[in-house]
Design a protein around this ligand. Structure first.
Ligand SMILES: [Zn+2]
Length: 242
Protein backbone atom coordinates (compact mmCIF):
# COMPACT_ATOMS: atom_id res chain seq x y z
CA UNK A 1 0.00 0.00 0.00
CA UNK A 2 2.87 2.37 0.80
CA UNK A 3 4.40 1.60 -2.60
CA UNK A 4 1.08 2.51 -4.21
CA UNK A 5 1.09 5.80 -2.30
CA UNK A 6 4.62 6.46 -3.52
CA UNK A 7 3.43 5.81 -7.08
CA UNK A 8 0.45 8.15 -6.58
CA UNK A 9 2.73 10.96 -5.41
CA UNK A 10 5.07 10.27 -8.35
CA UNK A 11 2.08 10.66 -10.70
CA UNK A 12 1.00 13.87 -9.01
CA UNK A 13 -2.31 12.43 -7.79
CA UNK A 14 -3.90 14.38 -4.94
CA UNK A 15 -5.51 11.32 -3.38
CA UNK A 16 -5.74 7.55 -3.46
CA UNK A 17 -8.38 5.14 -2.18
CA UNK A 18 -7.69 1.55 -1.13
CA UNK A 19 -10.93 -0.34 -1.62
CA UNK A 20 -9.98 -3.71 -0.18
CA UNK A 21 -12.12 -6.67 -1.18
CA UNK A 22 -14.71 -8.24 1.07
CA UNK A 23 -15.91 -11.33 -0.76
CA UNK A 24 -18.04 -13.56 1.36
CA UNK A 25 -18.79 -15.95 -1.51
CA UNK A 26 -15.08 -16.60 -1.97
CA UNK A 27 -14.98 -18.00 1.55
CA UNK A 28 -13.07 -17.55 4.80
CA UNK A 29 -9.76 -16.62 3.13
CA UNK A 30 -11.49 -13.53 1.72
CA UNK A 31 -12.70 -12.23 5.07
CA UNK A 32 -11.74 -8.63 5.70
CA UNK A 33 -9.11 -7.97 8.39
CA UNK A 34 -10.47 -4.64 9.60
CA UNK A 35 -7.81 -3.96 12.21
CA UNK A 36 -4.90 -4.87 9.95
CA UNK A 37 -6.36 -2.87 7.12
CA UNK A 38 -6.86 0.34 9.09
CA UNK A 39 -3.37 -0.10 10.57
CA UNK A 40 -1.98 -0.04 7.01
CA UNK A 41 -4.10 3.01 6.14
CA UNK A 42 -2.69 4.85 9.16
CA UNK A 43 0.89 3.94 8.16
CA UNK A 44 0.24 5.27 4.65
CA UNK A 45 -1.19 8.52 6.03
CA UNK A 46 1.82 8.94 8.30
CA UNK A 47 4.31 8.20 5.51
CA UNK A 48 2.58 10.44 2.93
CA UNK A 49 1.01 13.33 4.83
CA UNK A 50 0.39 15.39 1.67
CA UNK A 51 -1.55 12.63 -0.05
CA UNK A 52 -5.22 12.19 0.85
CA UNK A 53 -5.40 8.48 1.63
CA UNK A 54 -9.00 7.27 1.61
CA UNK A 55 -10.06 4.03 3.22
CA UNK A 56 -12.56 1.86 1.48
CA UNK A 57 -14.02 -1.51 0.75
CA UNK A 58 -15.35 -3.30 -2.32
CA UNK A 59 -18.08 -5.60 -1.11
CA UNK A 60 -18.81 -8.47 -3.47
CA UNK A 61 -22.50 -9.49 -3.53
CA UNK A 62 -23.20 -7.80 -0.16
CA UNK A 63 -26.98 -8.13 -0.68
CA UNK A 64 -26.55 -11.89 -0.24
CA UNK A 65 -24.75 -11.37 3.09
CA UNK A 66 -26.62 -8.47 4.70
CA UNK A 67 -25.62 -9.28 8.29
CA UNK A 68 -21.91 -9.62 7.51
CA UNK A 69 -22.03 -6.49 5.36
CA UNK A 70 -23.72 -4.49 8.11
CA UNK A 71 -21.10 -5.60 10.64
CA UNK A 72 -18.26 -4.67 8.29
CA UNK A 73 -19.75 -1.25 7.55
CA UNK A 74 -19.60 -0.31 11.21
CA UNK A 75 -15.92 0.43 10.42
CA UNK A 76 -15.31 4.03 9.31
CA UNK A 77 -14.76 3.57 5.57
CA UNK A 78 -14.47 6.66 3.37
CA UNK A 79 -15.54 4.79 0.22
CA UNK A 80 -17.95 1.90 0.03
CA UNK A 81 -18.14 0.06 -3.29
CA UNK A 82 -20.44 -2.81 -4.14
CA UNK A 83 -19.99 -5.21 -7.00
CA UNK A 84 -21.07 -8.51 -8.44
CA UNK A 85 -18.42 -11.04 -9.49
CA UNK A 86 -20.38 -14.25 -9.29
CA UNK A 87 -23.50 -15.84 -10.69
CA UNK A 88 -25.27 -18.93 -9.47
CA UNK A 89 -24.67 -21.56 -12.11
CA UNK A 90 -25.42 -25.26 -11.95
CA UNK A 91 -25.82 -25.18 -8.19
CA UNK A 92 -22.78 -23.11 -7.19
CA UNK A 93 -21.62 -19.53 -7.21
CA UNK A 94 -19.08 -19.08 -9.97
CA UNK A 95 -16.88 -16.02 -10.43
CA UNK A 96 -16.94 -14.81 -14.03
CA UNK A 97 -13.14 -14.77 -13.92
CA UNK A 98 -12.94 -18.50 -13.24
CA UNK A 99 -10.79 -20.11 -15.88
CA UNK A 100 -12.79 -21.90 -18.54
CA UNK A 101 -16.16 -20.84 -17.12
CA UNK A 102 -17.40 -18.46 -19.81
CA UNK A 103 -17.85 -20.14 -23.17
CA UNK A 104 -19.57 -19.27 -26.46
CA UNK A 105 -22.33 -21.68 -25.42
CA UNK A 106 -23.13 -20.23 -21.97
CA UNK A 107 -22.08 -16.58 -22.17
CA UNK A 108 -25.48 -15.23 -23.11
CA UNK A 109 -27.30 -17.05 -20.32
CA UNK A 110 -24.60 -16.26 -17.75
CA UNK A 111 -24.55 -12.59 -18.64
CA UNK A 112 -28.34 -12.30 -18.27
CA UNK A 113 -27.99 -13.86 -14.81
CA UNK A 114 -25.15 -11.50 -14.01
CA UNK A 115 -27.18 -8.42 -14.95
CA UNK A 116 -30.14 -9.70 -12.96
CA UNK A 117 -27.87 -10.03 -9.91
CA UNK A 118 -26.61 -6.46 -10.34
CA UNK A 119 -30.21 -5.25 -10.44
CA UNK A 120 -30.99 -7.28 -7.31
CA UNK A 121 -28.05 -5.60 -5.57
CA UNK A 122 -29.36 -2.17 -6.52
CA UNK A 123 -32.90 -3.01 -5.48
CA UNK A 124 -31.77 -4.37 -2.11
CA UNK A 125 -31.50 -2.14 0.94
CA UNK A 126 -27.74 -2.68 1.04
CA UNK A 127 -25.92 0.62 1.65
CA UNK A 128 -23.07 1.63 -0.67
CA UNK A 129 -21.76 4.62 -2.55
CA UNK A 130 -20.24 3.29 -5.79
CA UNK A 131 -21.29 0.53 -8.17
CA UNK A 132 -18.04 -1.10 -9.30
CA UNK A 133 -17.24 -2.50 -12.76
CA UNK A 134 -20.81 -2.80 -14.02
CA UNK A 135 -20.05 -5.19 -16.89
CA UNK A 136 -17.23 -7.17 -15.25
CA UNK A 137 -17.74 -10.40 -17.27
CA UNK A 138 -16.64 -8.54 -20.40
CA UNK A 139 -13.07 -8.95 -19.18
CA UNK A 140 -13.42 -12.71 -19.52
CA UNK A 141 -15.73 -12.78 -22.53
CA UNK A 142 -15.12 -15.61 -25.04
CA UNK A 143 -13.96 -14.70 -28.57
CA UNK A 144 -17.42 -15.48 -29.96
CA UNK A 145 -20.09 -14.19 -29.93
CA UNK A 146 -18.73 -10.64 -29.62
CA UNK A 147 -19.69 -8.54 -26.61
CA UNK A 148 -22.19 -5.92 -27.71
CA UNK A 149 -23.82 -3.77 -25.03
CA UNK A 150 -26.69 -3.00 -27.38
CA UNK A 151 -27.96 -6.55 -27.08
CA UNK A 152 -28.53 -5.94 -23.37
CA UNK A 153 -29.61 -2.31 -23.55
CA UNK A 154 -32.96 -2.83 -21.79
CA UNK A 155 -31.31 -4.59 -18.87
CA UNK A 156 -28.51 -2.05 -18.63
CA UNK A 157 -30.94 0.85 -18.67
CA UNK A 158 -33.05 -0.75 -15.92
CA UNK A 159 -29.88 -1.11 -13.82
CA UNK A 160 -28.78 2.46 -14.54
CA UNK A 161 -32.23 3.82 -13.63
CA UNK A 162 -32.12 1.93 -10.34
CA UNK A 163 -28.60 3.23 -9.71
CA UNK A 164 -29.64 6.80 -10.49
CA UNK A 165 -32.71 6.47 -8.24
CA UNK A 166 -30.57 5.58 -5.24
CA UNK A 167 -27.93 8.09 -6.27
CA UNK A 168 -24.86 5.89 -6.34
CA UNK A 169 -21.82 6.76 -8.44
CA UNK A 170 -21.01 4.58 -11.41
CA UNK A 171 -17.42 3.39 -11.46
CA UNK A 172 -15.40 3.46 -14.66
CA UNK A 173 -12.94 0.66 -14.06
CA UNK A 174 -9.75 0.91 -16.09
CA UNK A 175 -7.98 -2.21 -14.94
CA UNK A 176 -7.35 -3.62 -18.39
CA UNK A 177 -6.19 -0.38 -20.00
CA UNK A 178 -6.18 -0.12 -23.78
CA UNK A 179 -9.03 0.58 -26.14
CA UNK A 180 -12.05 2.39 -24.65
CA UNK A 181 -14.92 0.36 -26.04
CA UNK A 182 -13.27 -2.97 -25.32
CA UNK A 183 -11.64 -2.43 -21.98
CA UNK A 184 -13.20 0.39 -20.00
CA UNK A 185 -15.68 -1.22 -17.68
CA UNK A 186 -18.22 0.06 -18.56
CA UNK A 187 -17.42 1.63 -21.92
CA UNK A 188 -18.56 4.82 -23.66
CA UNK A 189 -21.96 3.55 -24.83
CA UNK A 190 -23.07 2.68 -21.29
CA UNK A 191 -21.71 5.97 -19.93
CA UNK A 192 -23.95 7.72 -22.44
CA UNK A 193 -26.92 5.70 -21.17
CA UNK A 194 -25.92 6.57 -17.60
CA UNK A 195 -26.22 10.24 -18.45
CA UNK A 196 -29.53 9.74 -20.25
CA UNK A 197 -31.02 7.76 -17.36
CA UNK A 198 -30.21 10.55 -14.90
CA UNK A 199 -26.93 9.28 -13.45
CA UNK A 200 -25.20 12.07 -11.53
CA UNK A 201 -21.75 10.81 -10.62
CA UNK A 202 -18.81 8.85 -11.97
CA UNK A 203 -15.92 7.37 -10.01
CA UNK A 204 -12.63 6.23 -11.57
CA UNK A 205 -11.06 3.01 -10.40
CA UNK A 206 -7.84 1.50 -11.66
CA UNK A 207 -8.48 -1.64 -9.56
CA UNK A 208 -4.69 -1.61 -9.41
CA UNK A 209 -3.81 -4.50 -7.07
CA UNK A 210 -0.15 -3.44 -7.63
CA UNK A 211 1.69 -0.11 -7.49
CA UNK A 212 2.61 0.10 -11.22
CA UNK A 213 -1.07 0.03 -12.19
CA UNK A 214 -2.27 2.91 -9.98
CA UNK A 215 -4.36 5.32 -12.09
CA UNK A 216 -3.47 3.46 -15.31
CA UNK A 217 -6.02 4.31 -17.98
CA UNK A 218 -7.39 7.37 -16.17
CA UNK A 219 -6.68 9.69 -19.13
CA UNK A 220 -8.89 7.55 -21.29
CA UNK A 221 -11.58 7.23 -18.60
CA UNK A 222 -11.63 11.00 -18.16
CA UNK A 223 -11.90 11.65 -21.88
CA UNK A 224 -14.76 9.21 -22.30
CA UNK A 225 -16.58 10.50 -19.20
CA UNK A 226 -16.21 14.05 -20.39
CA UNK A 227 -17.65 13.09 -23.79
CA UNK A 228 -20.59 11.49 -21.98
CA UNK A 229 -21.37 14.82 -20.26
CA UNK A 230 -19.62 14.55 -16.89
CA UNK A 231 -17.30 17.16 -15.38
CA UNK A 232 -14.37 17.12 -12.97
CA UNK A 233 -15.01 17.92 -9.33
CA UNK A 234 -13.27 20.80 -7.55
CA UNK A 235 -12.73 18.43 -4.61
CA UNK A 236 -9.85 16.16 -5.72
CA UNK A 237 -11.39 13.23 -3.85
CA UNK A 238 -14.84 13.94 -5.27
CA UNK A 239 -16.70 12.18 -8.07
CA UNK A 240 -17.05 13.58 -11.55
CA UNK A 241 -20.54 15.07 -11.80
CA UNK A 242 -22.99 15.78 -14.60
ZN1 LIG B 1 -14.25 -6.37 -8.28
Amino acid sequence: MEESCRRAVELGLPSIAFTEHADWIRGPHAVFDVQGYFGCIESCRAAYPDLRVLSGVEMGEPHLFPEAARTLLSAPFDRVLASVHCVEWEGRHVDASERGFLTPANIEAVFHLYLREVLALLESDQQFLVLAHLDYPKRYWPAEPRYEEGRYEKEFRAILRAAAARDVALEVNTTRGGDAARFLCPGPLILGWWYEEGGRAISFGSDAHRPEAVAAGFDLAQRVSSEAGFKPNTDPTGFWMR
